[in-house]
Design a binder for this molecule. Structure first.
Ligand code: BMA
Length: 374
């Protein structure tokens, strides 16, 4: 009896200490979900940079809508560390996004990737609220102005933001905790192919758009959004970058979207110039940095990843790079039967590229130990 009482007392004491420790940790950490994600990105950066893929679990070059499939996994044996998803169409209350992916599926796969230890990012190609066209409808340069306070589309656009927020609010893990998300709206705004692009609004209108959406999301109480600002490959100087940069208090991650559309030489010189400018800005301003979209359309050069892209990425402190989607007519990722598959596996084998298994648990961070390499 005495022995039983002692055991019970010991158990109670242990549980009390554990409860206190967990409380203590919470208050000591005191970090929001987004701040914890930021810390995770900073920690992972010391191990290398992560590989990401847009729309990875929905379709590949040879399949559509199967569960648990991934062209990245089928090429190298592991999921990407980062998966990207797009909200375009949520603003209309559509069931499917602009690329025909059902939002229920985006919901499920985004959470599944988080729960398997991966990192997720959301972009948004909303339709043009003034003309009724798509995100690429640049026929009217009053669109941004029209959604701002006092504009003729303001009320309608508030509904659009609300619908995006309502969806984001559903992104919770199985314990009901919000999923940390890299949120990357209003991207490539130094180009003029989206209605929020450079020639379509003034710098102050652009910033007002950014602030309006960000303030709405903050007002909804979201603490799981890590805000990413990502211009496109182009003539970026410190001054031109600053013109539309929403501000250090509004951005945590600075990104660059950079595809090779023209010659290899132009891509290499352009991406180096931009990566140097932006990574240096990020460093000076305490921001993290990523190559938020990249790729060579249809992988017309089977060694592009390790011969052209990787040597450039190796020079700068990016925390991830994200290859765009494997849409059959325009694909940017790997697929097991393509000529480029061997090169992708080489990229995977590199010590400094991180895939899901490299980041899923901290004891798996040492890639050399984890992958049966070399
Ligand atoms: C673009 C293209 C489009 C697609 C859009 C949003 O770069 O892939 O086909 O609709 O991204 O995913």
């Amino acid at each position: 009896m005495k022995r039983q009482i002692t055991i019970i007392l010991l158990l109670v004491a242990t549980l009390t200490v554990a409860a206190q420790e967990s409380k203590c940790c919470k208050s000591q950490c005191g970090k929001s979900v987004a701040q914890q994600l930021e810390q995770r990105l900073r920690d992972l950066r010391t191990k290398g940079y992560m590989m990401g893929h847009q729309d990875d679990p929905f379709y590949g070059l040879t399949w559509e809508w199967d569960k648990n499939r991934s062209d990245v996994k089928e090429t190298c044996g592991d999921y990407p560390a980062v998966m990207g998803f797009d909200l375009g169409g949520i603003e209309m209350g559509d069931e499917k996004n602009l690329d025909s992916v059902p939002f229920v599926r985006i919901h499920d796969e985004l959470i599944a990737h988080h729960e398997r230890g991966g990192i997720v990012t959301l972009s948004w190609h909303p339709r043009n609220p003034l003309t009724g066209g798509n995100a690429w409808d640049v026929s009217n340069d009053q669109t941004v102005r029209s959604v701002l306070y006092g504009g003729c589309m303001h009320v309608k656009f508030q509904t659009w933001i609300k619908r995006a927020a309502d969806f984001i609010e559903t992104l919770k893990d199985s314990n009901g905790h919000p999923v940390p998300i890299i949120f990357r709206p209003w991207h490539e705004n130094n180009g003029s192919w989206f209605w929020w692009g450079e020639k379509l609004c003034t710098a102050s209108e652009y910033k007002a758009l950014w602030n309006m959406v960000q303030d709405y999301m903050s007002g909804r109480g979201f603490t799981n959004l890590l805000w990413c600002y990502s211009p496109n490959l182009g003539d970026i100087t410190d001054d031109s970058f600053m013109e539309r940069y929403p501000g250090n208090d509004r951005v945590t991650l600075i990104g660059l979207d950079a595809y090779q559309w023209g010659t290899e030489q132009d891509f290499i010189s352009g991406i180096n110039a931009n990566l140097a400018t932006l990574s240096s800005f990020a460093e000076r301003n305490g921001k993290i940095f990523a190559l938020t979209e990249t790729g060579l359309k249809n992988m017309t050069d089977p060694t592009w990843w390790t011969r052209v892209l990787k040597p450039q990425m190796d020079k700068y402190p990016i925390c991830y790079f994200l290859l765009w989607r494997n849409y059959k007519e325009e694909f940017f990722g790997p697929s097991p039967n393509l000529d480029s598959a061997a090169d992708f596996r080489k990229l995977y084998e590199a010590e400094n590229t991180l895939f899901l298994k490299d980041i899923a648990t901290s004891n798996k961070l040492n890639k050399a130990k984890n992958k049966s390499k070399k």
